[in-house]
Write a protein that binds this ligand. Structure first.
Ligand code: CP
Ligand code: NVA
Length: 317
């Protein structure tokens, strides 16, 4: 096919928002991966796909990857992104979230929001008449983990039946890995210290969803057990944005959860290493693992661009 071929669209009905990732079925995720691959291989086909469309980007927390990939992705499809820096004021401080949602809906075609509170995001979406995309909240990071499983699919051909070990904090990224993993039929094995397990309701829902794809969600205490035979090993920071005051205490609690060469040696011989980034080298991962041939963190970062372009197309076309 040449780059003049028409842009592909998706064929499945879906919710207008992406707030948790649970809105999407296993079929939606496969459709997203098909579209992401086309967007990545043939970006020129999509260069007018969002012509005349504007997006508000509400960011209450810092971002490199999510901000740049959404802004560049929207511009590369002919759309315009307006960045709203809320670093010093939280959503709802200056005016109510329902009012923000209803004003923005009169001006833009979609809202991308990175927020402290999943609850505020859900209020925003309830009052907005345009699609709202979660660009990270305290509970979920769906754009990240849809991209992660797309990256795994590129490397292994399929994520179905693949063992992915997540080592560290049972946080937003961990929750979204379970949600996405359940939809692609992966075996998601999570090791956390006591008291830092993922939310029990999200685990239970992911287990129910995983039953339909022959995936599994398992919780472990020992990192070595979760990583044993895994084809993908994943970690994230021990203190997420907003938890800076806990960083020192967490560093002591999570010390045994570092992904280092010794832990990677327990994984499958062809195992890859993933990290959503930013990484704290010497804490949750060593420099050696980050720079090793097993590390696919920059392919993963690149794919944020392609997968989020496809997410926008799924929600807006
Ligand atoms: N992984 C990720 O979301 O990175 P940013 O915080 O830089 O957007
Ligand atoms: N868990 C991290 C992810 C950063 C992309 C955080 O919320 O800060």
């Amino acid at each position: 096919m040449n780059s003049q071929a028409p842009a592909q669209s998706h064929t499945l009905n879906l919710s207008s928002d992406l707030l948790t990732g649970t809105e999407w079925s296993a079929a939606h995720v496969q459709e997203l991966f098909r579209l992401s691959a086309d967007v990545k291989a043939h970006p020129d086909r999509y260069k007018t796909a969002l012509a005349g469309r504007s997006f508000a980007m509400i960011f209450e927390k810092p971002s490199l990857r999510t901000r740049v990939t959404f802004e560049v992705g929207i511009a590369s499809m002919g759309g315009t992104a307006v960045y709203l820096d809320h670093a010093d004021t939280h959503l709802g401080d200056r005016e109510s979230v329902p009012d923000v949602a209803r004003c923005l809906s009169r001006w833009v075609h979609g809202i991308v929001a990175r927020v402290f509170s999943q609850e505020a995001l859900e209020v925003l979406a309830a009052y907005a008449s345009v699609p709202v995309i979660n660009a990270l909240s305290d509970v979920y990071h769906p754009c990240q983990t849809l991209c992660d499983f797309f990256t795994i699919k590129e490397k292994f051909g399929s994520a179905r039946g693949l063992k992915l070990a997540y080592v560290g904090d049972g946080n937003n990224v961990c929750h979204s890995l379970m949600v996405a993993g359940a939809r692609v039929g992966a075996h998601v094995r999570i090791a956390t210290p006591a008291g830092y397990e993922p939310d029990a309701n999200i685990v239970a829902a992911a287990r129910r969803d995983a039953a339909a794809t022959q995936g599994t969600i398992e919780l472990f205490r020992a990192p070595e057990e979760a990583v044993s035979g895994a084809q993908a090993v994943y970690t994230d920071v021990w203190a997420s944005m907003g938890q800076e005051s806990e960083a020192k205490a967490r560093a002591a609690i999570f010390a045994a959860y570092q992904v280092n060469a010794k832990l990677m040696s327990q994984a499958a011989p062809d195992a890859v290493f993933l990290h959503c980034l930013p990484a704290h080298r010497g804490s949750e991962v060593t420099d050696e693992v980050m720079e090793s041939p097993r590390s696919i963190v920059f392919d993963e970062a690149e794919n944020r661009l392609h997968v989020q372009k496809a997410i926008l197309l799924m929600l807006l076309s």
